[in-house]
Design a protein around this ligand. Sequence first.
Ligand code: NAP
Ligand code: MG
Length: 477
Amino acid sequence: MDFTYAPAPESRSILDLKATYGLFIDGEFVDGHGTPFKTISPATEEVLAEVAEASDADVDAAVRAARRAHTRVWSRMPGSERAKYLYRIARIIQERSRELAVLESLDNGKPIKESRDVDVPIVAAHFFYYAGWADKLEHSGYGTTPLGVAGQIIPWNFPLLMLAWKIAPALACGNTVVLKPAETTPLTALLFAEICQQADLPPGVVNIVTGAGATGQALVAHGDVDKVAFTGSTAVGKAIARAVAGTSKKVTLELGGKAANIVFDDAPIDQAVEGIVNGIFFNQGHVCCAGSRLLVQESIAEELLAKLRTRMGTLRVGDPLDKNTDVGAINSAEQLQRIRELSDIGEQEGAGRWSPPCDLPERGFWFPPTIFTGVTQAHRIAREEIFGPVLSVLTFRTPSEAIEKANNTPYGLSAGVWTEKGSLILHVASRLQAGVVWANTFNKFDPTSPFGGYKESGQGREGGRHGLSAYLKGGDL
Ligand code: NAP
Ligand code: MG
């Protein structure tokens, strides 16, 4: 029988999208004093809403609100009481999970099956996990004294998940926060603000200031911020490190990556192919820890690449709200331009480019799943972060060559190792300069597990007990 593909779009009717959104300061939505900007759906270029831009004065108002809430309420509240708010927020996230997933997919372009099954459940899990720590900080190893007011800046690739990674541990430790989401994906942070209201979180504990880079800069520069937590590009991370140098502000930086996914000749090959696909095509490759360099042992390269091409041919690219979609839209025209440029450079440098045949929608920002073979260490596509659905394939002969190639990068966020031999996993993993090494799997995230980078991938850890160190005074002892 001939089965034809029928789209299965998730309904948008659950959303109560507003035409305009204000800033969330001191428990209320207020007008901004900057120039409002539009956020669009990158899959259709439809304008979703107009969002307030926080001026320097608005950022100041948010920091003041956070300071008041910290001094008068949040830092005085017993941990067991703070935990109740965090549990309540976690439960509301679960209750409103469909709404959050639909909004995330609309504003960001990621497939609904990822926002629904990965992002939002892990967001709730982070709040549950850190709620559990709030009254047990004396066992953290970092003391129980919060830093104060945290200024937090996040990127567009996992808007709600990065918000959870920042806000949940900060609040559990007794800090208050001012968070700036990315300009292209502000909407789920504003829905989260509504959730804070619904949870009766005391005003000023969480403040959301929307805007672009200048708003982030104002938050970093503010004199009454005790802590800056940033996730984003290495270039902006370096600028932030320079801006806080010489001040008493503490800083954590989660930056870029160029992870090696290393496949040895004894690896379960079909499982490895799934891991490679997940490693680079999950979230359109807009993943700081994406397995963007495939290092495959020479003896199995041909067989593995044939299977990978076949598997890539089955990926569905298209409407992020379609439940069948595997690869959604590229987040912005600027990001698409960057991916195109680097890919064209890969071709000019002599690497072999391949994508499966696929029809891309006419409107919106799209890039087909792509692999480059014959890549060498000197190629820019082997060294620079593409941050899109583009895989560079290199080969190796021995474990030491694989380790050397994997470490030959300024980054050090993550890596994958595929082999049946446990001893080889330990041998390789202990020599890789990467914050996270996955064995026979990839892109697994859990709130109990610390995540963070070596070298230019940043400093500090998020998640797990280690994640508390970023928000407690004893954290750098
Ligand atoms: P980005 O340009 O560095 O932006 C990140 C955030 O910083 C955004 O909210 C951005 O605002 C803001 N920003 C820009 N300039 C700033 C400045 N001078 N001062 C303060 N804030 C400023 O990064 P992106 O291109 O959006 O995000 C992708 C990058 O994030 C990739 O390199 C990726 O590897 C990295 N990333 C790392 C992790 C990790 O955990 N290590 C996780 C996710 C992403 P606007 O965007 O509104 O302009
Ligand atoms: Mg958007």
